[in-house]
Ligand binder design. Structure first.
Ligand code: FAD
Ligand code: NAD
Length: 465
């Protein structure tokens, strides 16, 4: 290795970076990972997937007790909210899991270079005043909140916040306005609605959850409305003024027109995330970003500069932790001379609301653009387990190629859709037809039987509806 400090130096210790570093070390490569945050795990473990799920899970229990779901099963309770303890268990989850990554780094002999890395050339970076040379450098710097001009986030004041601030609110807001009806807005909006806030979602487009299947978007909107969330679709926020302890938002129709105002105790800005490349010194490495600020790679995760690779939220594709992790493994394996592949056509996505919303593969709209399809649908109301559990909302939809019957996409709205979607992803990874799923024995009574029935419905023969 002569004058190289490392075989592999990873920049960023989120799910993309830390997983790439561990796999590289497991493959016998001398590995370091630079991370400027005080704890490892990136957005996902510190301020993303994990703390949001801690609050979603706890608030789901609170609502089940307060909102009557338990009473329907003969359990009468009057819950009292102890928000401090709820936040405490969120922080415990984060502490435990981020500490776990530090342990894994030590176990696998990955050096943590503490500080923010900056390229000094195409094979060197500087971290905390020291320069390191590496044969391979993986950029896994992730993403940050997209700012909205005229709506300035100040998480400390807890009036206009981003997702990080919305996880930390010290009291339940009277009225929370969420700007952006995407994944973050609906998940964190759900948390605070369950705990007692009135929630209004302002969405620029004509429907929430862009990118998801059209039927799913419509049904989700209906369910959230029934839960009490108010939607202002085709609407944009043009500015926000903080007046005392409140924010006054100016809203306009997306197409332009008369302005109206809306008062909020807390405003959550959740209009998307953008790749982190500022301050990385990409020019010193001979790299540039595309029009969306992302670093382009080939199928192997190699950039146009030999020896520099990129993965996760900083490259094109869905901004999801499991996508970043799989890219991390594949990238490290490619560096080690193995064949690392990620099938980007089969990346499941889940919205962890109640019920959960999950999908994998093509939407019906996208599948129809490619050719003739057959679609099978099955309502959760007709699934014995969901019905028994008092979880009637939602459906499963299987989209298959009309000629070959190969499954092109599966979409679910169901209490445990996030767990159900794994079997659809695995089936698609193996090139399954709808008939393969329909003739696979599913345990009874489970929510997953709805996937089998939706697959049976592709040929018009479900049993229970
Ligand atoms: P990140 O996790 O963003 O990590 C990048 C790391 O790089 C950061 O720690 C950063 O400090 C570090 N870094 C940046 N620049 C430098 C530098 N120059 N030097 C050193 N270090 C640097 N996804 C899911 O799949 N499921 C979910 O349930 C989910 N929930 C989410 C909830 C919220 C509120 C948010 C905000 C996101 C959520 N996501 C979820 C998305 C998920 O967090 C990201 O897709 C994932 O973290 C991306 O991983 P990454 O490794 O690419 O980047
Ligand atoms: P998003 O892209 O999911 O949703 C943003 C929404 O804001 C869209 O509906 C968009 O039309 C709307 N919007 C954009 N500009 C607007 C404006 N000016 N006014 C009103 N609405 C506007 O983004 P997000 O919810 O911020 O999440 C960011 C990323 O984090 C996503 O890519 C997501 O994949 C990831 N994430 C994933 C999970 C999960 O997997 N469960 C959870 C949270 C976040």
């Amino acid at each position: 290795m002569a004058d190289y400090d490392y075989d592999v130096l990873v920049i960023g210790a989120g799910p993309g970076g830390y997983v790439a570093a561990i796999r590289a070390a497991q493959l016998g490569l001398k590995t370091a990972c630079a991370e400027g945050r005080a704890t490892l795990g990136g957005t996902c473990l510190n301020v993303g997937c994990i703390p949001s799920k801690a609050m979603l899970h706890a608030s789901e229990y609170f609502e089940a007790a307060a909102g009557g779901a338990m009473a329907a099963m003969g359990i009468k309770v009057k819950p009292e909210l102890d928000l401090g303890t709820m936040h405490g268990q969120r922080k415990d989850a984060v502490k435990g899991l981020t500490g776990g990554i530090e342990f894994l780094f030590k176990k696998n002999k990955v050096d943590w270079l503490k500080g923010y890395a900056q390229f000094t050339s195409n094979d060197s970076v500087e971290v905390a005043g020291k320069t390191y040379r590496a044969k391979n450098i993986i950029i896994a710097t992730g993403s940050s909140v997209t700012p909205l001009p005229g709506v300035e986030v100040d998480n400390d004041k807890q009036i206009i916040v981003d997702s990080t601030g919305a996880l930390e609110l010290a009291k339940v807001p009277g009225h929370m306005v969420v700007i952006g009806g995407g994944v973050i807005g609906l998940e964190l909006g759900s948390v605070w609605r369950r705990l007692g806030a009135k929630v209004t979602v302002v969405e620029f487009l004509d429907q929430i959850l862009p990118g998801m299947d059209g039927d799913v978007r419509k049904e989700a909107n209906k369910i959230f409305k029934k839960q009490g969330i108010e939607f202002k679709l085709k609407t944009k926020v043009t500015k926000a003024d903080v007046k005392g302890k409140k924010a006054v938002l100016t809203l306009e129709s997306a197409a332009g027109g008369d302005a109206e105002t809306l008062e909020a105790d807390v405003v959550l800005v959740s209009i998307g995330r953008r790749p982190n490349t500022d301050g990385l010194g990409l020019d010193k490495a001979g790299l540039a970003v595309n029009q969306r600020g992302q670093i382009e790679t080939d199928h192997d995760f190699a950039t146009q500069v030999p020896g520099i690779w990129a993965i996760g939220d900083v490259v094109p594709g869905p901004m999801l932790a499991h996508k970043a992790e799989d890219e991390g493994i594949a990238c490290a394996e490619n560096i080690a001379g193995l064949t690392g592949i990620v099938n980007h056509d089969v990346i499941p996505s889940v919205v962890y609301t109640w019920p959960e919303i999950a999908g994998v593969g093509l939407t019906e709209e996208a599948a129809k653009e490619k050719g003739e399809v057959k679609v099978g649908k099955f309502p959760m109301l007709a699934n014995s387990r969901a019905k028994t559990n008092h979880e009637p909302d939602g459906f499963v939809k299987v989209i298959a190629d009309a000629k070959t019957d190969r499954v092109l996409g599966v979409w679910c709205i169901a209490s445990v859709a996030g767990t159900m979607i794994a079997q659809a992803a695995q089936a698609m990874e193996f090139g399954a037809t709808s008939e393969d799923i329909a003739y696979t024995c599913h345990a009874h009574p489970t929510h997953s039987e709805a996937i089998k029935e939706a697959a049976m419905a592709v040929t018009g023969k479900p049993i229970h509806v």
